[in-house]
Design a protein. Structure first.
Ligand SMILES: Cc1cc2nc3c(=O)[nH]c(=O)nc-3n(C[C@H](O)[C@H](O)[C@H](O)COP(=O)(O)OP(=O)(O)OC[C@H]3O[C@@H](n4cnc5c(N)ncnc54)[C@H](O)[C@@H]3O)c2cc1C
Length: 334
């Protein structure tokens, strides 16, 4: 596709009520830096129905321009309608690069769009940078089971496209906002949309674990020892108003559901406080939580790698330390 501008696009995915999903707003943070370095505008593309709140949020987080496609047919995501709409917009405006959240919908739609545009897509990235001279985005993503981080460029075709995990970047502080709002129309005949969403059924029997949005996470690993052992993790989480996370070892042992897993094959999180209990700190776990503001590790092995990323470390048995912490916090809170 012909690049008509140096603009960088961020897709702002919306929920059914039209508000923005966090990841799109988070991606405006690296988007701002990359757009400035390549000398183009930062453009937020909002697709959905009743999107005023999403548009206002994109404006308050630094977009220079917001392209809005607001219509009932975009209230629920369908691959056909979203792909066709974004293809139309990309062809019309010709951005040089495009960041998309690696959500279920983003992962579904982005490969189809990139193939229609005959360009490359780097999926499930955990970082982005730019070679300002060539304008090539440098997409970083784990490879070889998370043991290596690959840097990938797409030098031959445009736009450069990538999906980026939720929780990797933090939202920019809110600003006054001065974005130019461009309203677009694109409609697709209902008969051309080959799928219909009748009902959304939550996979884990109603268990919705918002790890990505959590300010505090208390996570347990193999060191917790059993499903019953997680009781003390839950109690500490309760007094802190935290969400419970877990390592893959705890999930694979069947002590807690996969919805709680943090890491390369789980969720990527960035809370203000992450407390890792009985977690060794394997690279695949660190890939999902090392951007937390403050990390506290509780482990009986003083040489555990988790202490290499922790701001505070407690060496000892979590079965003694975690209940003691819970009791102390309860006491402080009266
Ligand atoms: C492709 C791939 C993807 C992966 N994805 C993920 C992922 O998304 N998330 C993830 O977490 N892992 C992932 N893994 C697995 C990862 O490599 C590790 O095996 C896993 O993170 C280990 O979990 P753990 O730290 O709980 O267990 P361990 O490595 O066994 O560590 C347990 C720790 O608990 C400590 N301990 C034991 N008893 C106590 C006690 N009573 N008090 C205090 N400390 C105690 C031990 O000293 C030890 O450090 C992945 C692996 C692969 C190959």
């Amino acid at each position: 596709m012909e690049t008509k501008t140096k603009d960088l696009w961020v897709l702002i995915e919306t929920k059914e009520d039209g508000s923005a999903k966090n990841v799109g707003i988070e991606l405006l943070t690296p988007g701002r830096e990359l757009a400035d370095r390549q000398g183009g505008a930062l453009v937020a593309v909002v697709v959905g129905s009743h999107t005023d709140a999403a548009v206002a949020e994109a404006n308050a987080h630094g977009a220079d321009r917001i392209i809005v496609l607001d219509s009932e047919e975009y209230q629920k995501f369908t691959t056909d309608a979203y792909t066709a709409a974004l293809y139309y917009l990309v062809e019309k405006y010709g951005p040089t690069s495009m960041l998309i959240g690696a959500t279920v919908n983003g992962r579904d739609m982005a490969p189809r769009l990139s193939s229609r545009l005959k360009t490359g897509l780097t999926a499930d990235c955990t970082g982005v940078d730019i070679d300002a001279e060539s304008g090539n985005i440098i997409w970083t993503r784990p490879t070889f089971g998370g043991n290596l981080m690959a840097c990938i460029i797409c030098p031959e075709s445009r736009p450069q496209m990538g999906t980026i995990r939720p929780g990797v970047f933090k939202k920019n502080a809110e600003c006054a906002g001065h974005a130019e709002i461009v309203r677009e129309e694109f409609h697709m005949a209902a008969a051309d949309i080959r799928t219909q969403i009748r009902e959304v059924i939550s996979e884990a029997a109603g268990e919705l674990v918002d790890l990505e949005g959590a300010d505090i996470i208390v996570s347990g690993g193999r060191g917790v020892g059993s499903a019953e052992g997680f009781q003390c993790i839950r109690e500490l989480a309760d007094v802190l108003g935290a969400t419970v996370g877990a390592s893959r070892a705890a999930v694979d042992n069947g002590w807690i559901s996969h919805a709680h897993q943090v890491g390369q094959t789980g969720k990527t999180v960035g809370p203000k406080l992450y407390i890792a209990c009985g977690i060794s700190g394997a690279i695949q776990h660190l890939a999902g939580m090392s951007s937390s503001d403050v990390i506290v590790a509780i482990n009986k092995d003083p040489d555990a790698p988790i202490f290499g990323v922790a701001n505070y470390g407690i060496v000892g048995d979590l079965m003694e330390i975690v209940p003691a912490l819970t009791a102390e916090i309860k006491k402080m809170r009266g």
